[in-house]
Design a protein. Sequence first.
Length: 182
Amino acid sequence: MATKKQQLEFVRTIYPAAYRLHIERPDTSIHPVFETAQAGLEKGWLLGGKLPYNLFGITKGTSWNGPVELALTTEYFDIPDKKFVYPERVVSVTPHGSKYKYSVYRYFRAYTSYGECLYDHQAIFRKAGYADAWPYRDDPHEFAKRLMDSEGWRYATADNYVPVITSCIATVERLISNVPMV
């Protein structure tokens, strides 16, 4: 668990980049509080690590032509025998409520900056499957709820995503008053 000091350092680093993107591209971007909170959730509020600029755990996917890195992660699936193409591979699978918790090596996108990652993350939400959530992109709380409702695609695989991201949003909202905007 990150300390309050680490959370503040995280918000001081990520929020200004998310804010700049939101100001530069208001019609195609998402509220910087949501983006910072989602990044905090994904990274455990810690800067750096093996994939320092991949704030959201964005996997390679089929359309990415940039650099990638193989990294260990946790994912949740509805089936106990999800298959991956080598060198992506399953390390372990355990039942977790109605789903299965996987420890798995996956290819992740390797970004060169926070701005590049934020822009790419927001492109995900401009896809048709998130059309029901998109109109709420300027309301971090409502946007989070819409990402997990029964319409369109569901953003997260964890069943407790909404209460967890809501807590992260509240943390960012509390901390941004301590963020100098240059």
